[in-house]
Design a protein around this ligand. Structure first.
Ligand code: NAD
Length: 258
């Protein structure tokens, strides 16, 4: 992104090229709508072809590319295809994620591998694929959707929280490595947000009562809306380059980590 000037008439995202992983549903879909609404071309990289195509049909400027972020080769082909179509890349949003709530002692290494593959390795894969393209462009923005679980921990989500904490540390390290290339790397940490993933988690009775308790403990007593998280992502997608390596919670004040 060469000139994200807030003073121009056009929105700074206008005419930019963005990829949103896990962009077909939930928070990712809100991010796709927000970035495309500001005039960006947006590649929706998602595992779910039907949902990705349906969103692409609805949102002007968005298109679907199917890939599993955990698979470097498949993701590489998707990123290639998206960048060819958009003639480059300015913004990468690492949003794809998944969770399965269960006490750590009741989990097994297969579940750990799945969680790590999507929530941590997926971020490494996409970032590794995107950086050379952002450098080619003379700069860019990477926004990682982590979780407050990665800042303050969360019972029943130990491996997920480890991945999200890893994503926060990775964000800071890549911010240091890429600053000289005019790339910013920042992190948005949603609290509980009203999405299909949260509904899936709440199918488990114990997880549902924990989530209800978390909502009661949230100062405004409600879940985040995906659009509120998307607003924070849009902010980091156009920030001045001195704002990098930072972590912003979107949790209604539930967490106010220093
Ligand atoms: N919903 C919450 O309460 C909450 C809280 C904190 C953080 N988050 C994080 O926000 C992000 C979005 O979560 P959400 O709640 O919108 O989830 P969601 O399940 O509602 O949507 C996730 C999207 O990612 C896609 N996806 C899943 N695995 C993928 C993979 N391997 N490759 C490509 N696409 C894949 C899904 O098909 C889906 O379209 C995740 O990183 C999640 O960890 C969510």
């Amino acid at each position: 992104m060469n000139n994200p000037s807030p003073n121009g008439r056009e929105h700074p995202l206008h005419g930019t090229a963005a990829i949103v992983t896990g962009g077909a549903k939930g928070i990712g879909a809100a991010i796709v709508r927000r970035l495309a609404g500001a005039g960006a071309s947006v590649g929706i990289v998602d595992l779910d072809p039907a949902a990705a195509e349906a969103l692409a049909d609805e949102v002007t400027g968005a298109f679907a590319v199917v890939a599993d972020v955990a698979d470097y080769t498949s993701l590489g082909q998707a990123v290639d295809a998206a960048c060819r179509r958009m003639n480059g890349l300015d913004v990468l949003v690492n949003n794809a994620g998944w969770d399965h709530v269960r006490r750590f002692v009741d989990t097994d290494p297969r579940l750990w591998d799945t969680l790590i593959g999507i929530n941590l390795r997926g971020v490494l894969n996409a970032t590794h694929l995107a950086i050379p393209r952002l450098i080619e462009r003379g700069g860019g923005r990477i926004v990682n959707v982590a979780s407050d679980a990665g800042r303050v921990g969360s019972s029943g989500e130990a491996v997920y929280a480890a991945c999200k904490g890893g994503t926060i540390a990775f964000t800071k390290s890549i911010a240091r490595e890429t600053a000289r290339h005019h790339i910013t790397v920042n992190c948005v940490c949603p609290g509980p947000t009203d999405t299909p993933l949260l509904k899936e988690i709440k199918q488990d009775e114990r997880a549902a009562s924990t989530m209800d308790a978390i909502v009661r403990a949230t100062p405004n007593h409600r879940l985040a809306r995906p659009e509120e998280v998307a607003e924070a992502v849009a902010f980091f997608s156009t920030v001045p380059e001195h704002i990098t390596g930072q972590t912003l919670s979107v949790s209604g004040g539930l967490t106010m980590a220093g």
